[in-house]
Write a protein that binds this ligand. Structure first.
Ligand code: AP5
Length: 197
């Protein structure tokens, strides 16, 4: 992180195709956050010649989740080299195990959790329409990703809900309509974040 101030960390959670990446890009540009996507970090590592590349490829292809130690070391590195002390971590933690390991290894809890709530049929429609050739964007893997989301990721949302940290956003409608809901959450945090916008 550029400064020595404790970073402001926001986890961004939601099912596959709920629009996490799309909305994070807008938040990052308008509110000057660094955007770290767990999925992107893993895809970069997957295509590098690292020893973990093949393992990551197999896990992603199966729609499962990559071992915490690998994901957290990538996130830690990205946090340390982020150019802002306001950080969005998109698509992480994926499970209670991820969450507990993050809090232990990084030593902080998130200041905020954004949760995008979206009906399954809408998420499936968006992923199938993406057409970018991701190895996990096929119906068989999408079903597994949805199940992993329900079984492993929802308990993380429930944990942070019980701590009053979750802002639930209805993730249907146009990208701009959804962003307006997100913008209101971040605008309300302005005093805390000393935002310029
Ligand atoms: P990851 O890359 O995080 O994928 P995901 O969670 O499945 O989510 P997506 O990237 O598919 O969707 P998104 O919610 O970001 O939506 P997007 O904005 O792209 O993870 C992939 C895999 O990596 C996992 O399955 C797992 O194997 C592994 N992994 C990741 N994190 C991990 C972790 N922490 N631990 C272990 N393993 C991990 O939008 C989707 C599409 O919809 C786009 O085409 C977009 O243009 C479109 N769209 C967005 N909003 C709208 C809208 N409002 N209306 C219409 N279209 C829209």
């Amino acid at each position: 992180v550029a400064s020595s101030r404790k970073p402001f960390i926001s986890f961004v959670l939601g099912g596959p195709g709920s629009g996490k990446g799309t909305q994070c890009e807008k938040i990052a540009s308008i509110f000057s956050f660094a955007h770290l996507s767990a999925g992107e970090l893993l895809r970069e590592e997957m295509s590098s010649p690292s020893e973990n590349g093949e393992l990551i490829r197999n896990v992603i292809k199966e729609g499962k989740i990559v071992p915490s130690a690998i994901t957290i070391s990538l996130i830690k590195r990205a946090i340390n080299s982020a150019t802002s002390d306001k950080i969005l971590i998109d698509g992480f933690p994926r499970s209670e195990e991820n969450r507990i390991a993050f809090e232990k290894i990084i030593g902080v809890e998130p200041d905020l959790v954004i949760f995008f709530e979206c009906p399954e049929e809408e998420m499936v429609k968006r992923i199938l329409g993406r057409n970018l050739g991701r190895i996990d964007d096929n119906m068989e893997t999408i079903r597994k990703r949805l199940k992993v989301f329900e079984d492993l990721n929802m308990p993380v949302v429930e944990h942070y809900s019980s701590k009053g940290k979750v802002h639930k956003i209805t993730a249907t409608g146009t990208v701009d309509e959804i962003f307006e809901r997100v913008r209101q959450v971040f605008a309300s945090l302005r005093p805390k974040l000393c935002l310029e916008h």
